[in-house]
Design a protein around this ligand. Structure first.
Ligand SMILES: Cc1cc2nc3c(=O)[nH]c(=O)nc-3n(C[C@H](O)[C@H](O)[C@H](O)COP(=O)(O)OP(=O)(O)OC[C@H]3O[C@@H](n4cnc5c(N)ncnc54)[C@H](O)[C@@H]3O)c2cc1C
Length: 451
C-alpha cells in the first residue's frame, strides 16, 4: 500500500512546502504546542493575535497536517456542535443558541482567512433515503430555526433528484452556510503565516513524554511555561488518563478520477454542495476542485485497545464497502476508477463534541474530541486554548462545551463490547428497524457513536 503522503489526494497534491527542521537538543519557549494539525496551528495563530511578541514552538511527529487535518473530507458546516438538535439536547436551548451564533461567525471568519484554500460556500444537501429520514430532516430544520438559523429548504423527491440524480433519494434539504475547502491548503496557509510571525515549527519530532512544563522528544526537549496538547486521536499516548473521555476511531475515504462533463451530466450536482445522507452511519461526499468525487462514510472503525498508527492508514475491506455504497447511489457511474484511498484517525466523545482541560499542575492544556466535525470547531478550540494559556478572560471560556466534560466511555474490555453492540444496533436502524432498547437508553443519556 502507498504511504499516506501518496495515497491521500490532498497530501499527494500538496505544493510549496518550505524546508523543515527537526528539534535537536534542549530548547525553551514561552508556549510549546504538541501537534501541527488545525488545533495546534489555530492555537498558535490566536496566541500571536493576543500577544504578538510571544515565543511559540510547535512540535510535530510527522509533517504539518499529518493527522486528520491533512486527511479529512474538507466539508465545513456552520454548526460547531455535531448538529443543532444535539446542541439543544446536550447544552439546553439558550446555550445552543450561543453556539449557533458562534458557528456562523466562525465560518465567516474562516472564509475571510482561507481565501486561497479553494473554499466554496456551496452549503450542504442532506439527502433522505427513507420517509423516516425526511421526518428526521424536518426535526433538524425545526431545531435550527428555533436557534435563529434561517435558509433551510425542504425538497421533494423530484426536486432533490434535480440537484443530485440518485434513484435512492426520496427527498432532501438544503442546509445553508457551510461548504467545501481543500484542507491541506488551509494547513499551508496557517503554517506560512505562523512562520512569517516567527513561530518555530519542528517536524519529525515526536514527543515521547510530558513532564510539568517540559516536553521530551528523542532528539531533544523543550521547557515552556505552558504546553498545549493538540494531538486529538493520539492524545492517550501522552496522557493515558484522558481515555475515559474519548475513543480513537478510523474513518476511510475514496477519491475518484475527475468526472467528465458527460459523467456530471448523468448525476447533475451543479451546485457542488457537500452531501450527507440521512442514515445513522451516513455517506458523506463532495466534489474536489478538479471534479473528482470524494466519497466517505461515518461508520468509523475502532481498533482495540485504542490503537492509532500508520498500520491503520489503509483498509481494503473498507475501500471495498465504500465502492459498493457509491455504486448503489450512482449506478450510472459504476465504471469510475478510484486512484486515491486512505484513512485517518479521529477522536470521538460520547456527546460528539470536543472537551477541554488541563493536566500536570495546569502546565499542560488540551482540547480534543471533535469527532468527524473538526474543521470549524478546531478554530474555536484554538481560540479557547490561546485564552486559557494566557489566562485572558473570554466569553468562550464560559461555554458549557468548554467547562463540562462529556460522559465517560468504559475501559477495555467493556469498551470493545459496547462499541460492537452499539454498531450492530445502529446498523439495524439503518436497515429500517426501530431503535432497540440499548439505543433508546443511550439516546436518553445523550450518548452517540458516529463520526
Ligand atoms: C477521514 C476523515 C474525514 C474527515 N472529514 C471531515 C470533514 O469533512 N469535516 C470536518 O469538519 N471534519 C472532518 N474530519 C475531522 C477533522 O479532520 C478533525 O476533527 C481535525 O482535523 C482535528 O484536528 P486536530 O489538529 O485536533 O488533530 P490532527 O489533525 O489529528 O492533529 C494532531 C497532530 O498531532 C500530531 N501528534 C500526535 N502525537 C504526537 C506526539 N507525540 N508528538 C508530536 N506530534 C504528535 C499528529 O501527527 C497530528 O499531526 C475528518 C477526519 C478524518 C480522519
Amino acid at each position: 500500500m502507498l504511504p499516506i503522503e501518496k495515497s491521500c489526494y490532498w497530501l499527494a497534491n500538496r505544493q510549496g512546502r518550505l524546508p523543515t527542521q527537526k528539534l535537536s537538543g534542549p530548547t525553551q519557549a514561552e508556549i510549546a504546542i504538541v501537534g501541527a494539525g488545525f488545533t495546534g496551528l489555530w492555537a498558535a495563530y490566536f496566541l500571536k493575535e493576543l500577544k504578538p511578541e510571544i515565543d511559540i514552538a510547535i512540535l510535530e511527529q510527522g509533517m504539518t497536517g499529518y493527522g486528520a487535518s491533512g486527511r479529512n473530507a474538507g466539508m465545513i458546516s456552520n454548526c460547531i456542535d455535531h448538529t443543532h438538535s444535539l446542541a439543544i439536547s446536550h447544552f439546553g436551548q439558550e446555550e445552543a443558541a450561543k453556539l449557533a451564533q458562534l458557528g456562523l461567525k466562525n465560518i465567516d471568519e474562516l472564509e475571510a482567512f482561507a481565501l486561497d484554500c479553494d473554499l466554496e460556500r456551496t452549503g450542504q444537501l442532506f439527502v433522505a433515503l427513507t420517509e423516516k429520514h425526511i421526518e428526521d430532516l424536518k426535526s433538524l430544520m425545526a431545531a435550527a430555526e428555533s436557534l435563529g438559523i434561517k435558509g433551510y429548504q425542504l425538497f421533494s423527491r423530484e426536486e432533490i433528484r434535480q440537484k443530485l440524480n440518485s434513484q435512492l433519494y426520496v427527498g432532501g434539504a438544503f442546509v445553508p452556510g457551510g461548504g467545501i475547502l481543500d484542507p491541506i491548503k488551509l494547513v499551508e496557509r496557517l503554517t506560512e503565516q505562523l512562520k512569517a510571525q516567527g513561530v518555530r515549527i519542528f517536524e519529525n519530532t515526536k514527543v515521547t513524554r510530558l513532564a510539568p512544563r517540559e516536553a521530551i522528544t528523542d532528539s531533544g526537549s523543550i521547557k515552556a511555561g505552558k504546553i498545549i496538547l493538540a494531538t486529538d486521536a493520539y492524545t492517550h499516548h501522552l496522557l493515558p488518563g484522558l481515555l475515559w473521555r474519548f475513543i480513537p476511531l478510523y474513518d476511510y475515504i475514496l477519491v475518484s478520477e475527475p468526472l467528465t462533463d458527460e459523467d456530471l451530466e448523468k448525476i447533475g450536482w451543479r451546485g457542488r454542495e457537500g452531501i450527507v445522507d440521512g442514515r445513522t452511519f451516513f455517506n458523506y461526499y463532495r466534489l474536489t476542485k478538479d471534479n473528482r468525487v470524494l466519497w466517505g462514510t461515518s461508520e468509523a472503525v475502532y481498533y482495540p485497545p485504542n490503537q492509532v498508527g500508520p498500520q491503520y492508514d489503509h483498509s481494503d475491506h473498507h475501500y471495498h464497502s465504500l465502492k459498493i455504497s457509491f455504486e448503489r447511489h450512482f449506478p450510472q457511474l459504476r465504471k469510475l476508477e478510484w486512484p486515491f484511498a486512505w484513512g485517518g484517525p479521529i477522536a470521538s466523545t460520547t456527546r460528539l463534541t470536543p472537551f477541554f482541560g488541563s493536566a500536570l499542575d495546569d502546565s499542560v492544556l488540551y482540547a480534543l474530541g471533535y469527532t468527524g466535525h473538526g474543521i470549524g470547531s478546531t478554530r474555536v478550540a484554538g481560540k479557547v486554548l490561546a485564552h486559557m494559556a494566557l489566562a485572558k478572560p473570554s466569553e468562550l471560556l464560559q461555554l458549557k462545551m468548554v467547562k463540562e466534560k462529556p460522559m465517560p466511555y468504559p475501559p477495555e474490555p467493556f469498551r470493545s463490547i459496547s462499541v460492537n453492540m452499539v454498531t450492530d444496533s445502529l446498523r439495524a436502524v439503518d436497515r429500517g428497524e426501530k431503535p432497540n432498547q440499548l439505543l433508546r437508553i443511550l439516546d436518553l443519556m445523550g450518548i452517540g457513536f458516529s463520526s
